[in-house]
Design a binder for this molecule. Structure first.
Ligand code: GLV
Ligand code: MN
Ligand code: MN
Length: 419
């Protein structure tokens, strides 16, 4: 591992990551949920940093914060670097943030080296990469790639607010989404913490991402009848939580089986379980759960969905409860990263003397949607014990700088190679 003489300022990059991470709900570090006042505060801070770095900054119709450094030959198009500044509830300091700060540092380093790229460089903070309160993730990257449709804009969040109104609130324009759609981006690069243990356990500096899992999310609602928990005999209950709990157990059992088959990566999680009215002396009247399933093999996803559909319906019948809905919230196939960009990243790392490995991603990323409009690739950096989506999430200053330097090298190479 040679991490000296990197072509950028590791301390400045680290300072940015920490400053953005500090903009958090103090009662629940590290929380900066998309569409909240804190999120807008983080974005205002970022916009200032973008401007200080000489970037011309705007928010596009899909709500993405974009900083542009005009190229010497803008007709060549754009090389984009980005990630997201929103977090999950009680998440970490690096997921997404490290990637946005990397783009910013690369622009500053290029300018300080007196290098004016031929391509325009854009640093993009995509709106709401994490699942938002509206039930949708990757809202900005869906928008930029033309995959944000009217049905999605009608999804509702806190207080019944529609996503289209929330988008307006953060500076986007749901009536002009076609303006966000891009055809001028020639390459997209994203740095992200690995969120796994491969790099750390093998003492490697960077992972060159090969593919990103497909993610399907669906919502199941069981409708029973709220009743007195003491006065309602067992035989007369319509308890909505019972089939929901059985469904949670099915998700685990079926996912274990599919993962063990070995025909592809498969994981599934129930991370949301709302019990209504949620009181110790009331039989639950309504229960909602959200299933998040991920795979490299679409055939496994199909089988999983069919089995959960059948079993959850059967559990509802057995509990004299209605399965009021089984609704697809979002669905995307696995994504391959671009081979030429991966090769460029690999060369960049090796020129710097860094150790690399090819790695698949079990997490979703904005690169999934970007790959639908331009060649896209990602660099993973080690994070402590693979921990992520939790406050303990940690990546070292040198690790971030090394990953950022790999993207810097690739940007310089691509600026010459892409015509
Ligand atoms: C994003 O963090 C995801 O993989 O859900
Ligand atoms: Mn995340
Ligand atoms: Mn992320």
């Amino acid at each position: 591992m040679t991490k000296t003489n990197l072509p950028l300022d590791a301390d400045r990059l680290w300072t940015d990551v920490m400053a953005l991470a500090d903009i958090t709900d103090p009662a629940r570090p590290y929380t900066r949920r998309s569409f909240t006042a804190l999120f807008l505060e983080g974005r205002a801070w970022l916009a200032r940093r973008f401007a200080e770095a000489g970037l011309v900054t705007h928010i596009d119709a899909a709500g993405n914060l974009i900083g542009r450094l005009e190229g010497s030959n803008p007709a060549l198009g754009v090389i984009a670097i980005g990630s997201h500044s929103d977090t999950v509830p009680a998440g970490g300091r690096f997921d997404g943030i490290a990637g946005v700060a990397t783009g910013l540092e690369i622009v500053r380093a290029l300018r300080e080296a007196g290098l004016r790229p031929q391509h325009t460089i854009e640093v993009i903070d995509f709106l709401a990469e994490e699942p938002s309160e509206y039930g949708l993730s990757c809202i900005g990257s869906r928008g930029i790639s033309g995959w944000l449709d009217a049905k999605m804009l009608d999804m509702t969040g806190p207080g019944g607010e529609k996503l289209r109104d929330a988008l307006r609130r953060v500076g986007g324009d749901p009536d002009r989404l076609e303006q966000a759609k891009r055809s001028d981006i020639r390459a997209y690069l994203e740095l992200h913490i690995e969120q796994g243990v491969v790099l750390e356990s093998q003492s490697l500096d960077v992972g060159i991402v090969t593919s990103i899992v497909g993610i399907r999310r669906f919502e199941i609602i069981f409708q029973g009848e709220a009743d007195h928990a003491g006065a309602t005999p067992m035989a007369l209950r319509h308890d909505a939580l019972v089939p929901a709990a059985q469904t949670v157990a099915s998700v685990r059992r079926i996912a274990d089986l599919l993962a063990a088959e070995g025909s592809g990566y498969f994981v599934a999680t129930v991370g949301i379980l709302d019990v209504d009215p949620s009181a110790s002396n009331i039989v639950p009247g309504r229960c909602r759960l959200v299933v998040d399933a991920r795979t490299t093999a679409p055939e496994l996803m199909q089988r999983f969905t069919e089995l959960i559909d059948q079993e959850s319906a059967a559990y509802a019948t057995a509990s004299r409860v209605s399965r009021a809905s089984f609704t697809l919230l979002s669905d995307g196939p696995p994504t391959m990263c671009d081979a030429n960009l991966r090769a460029s990243l690999r060369r960049g790392g090796r020129d710097l003397g860094l150790g690399d490995i090819d790695l698949p991603s079990g997490a979703g990323h904005d690169a999934v949607f970007m790959s639908r409009i331009c060649p896209s690739a990602m660099v993973f950096i080690p994070c402590r014990a693979g921990k992520s989506h939790a406050p303990e999430e940690w990546a070292d200053r040198e690790a971030i700088a090394a990953g950022a330097a790999v993207i810097y090298q690739a940007v310089r190479e691509l600026d010459q190679a892409l015509s």
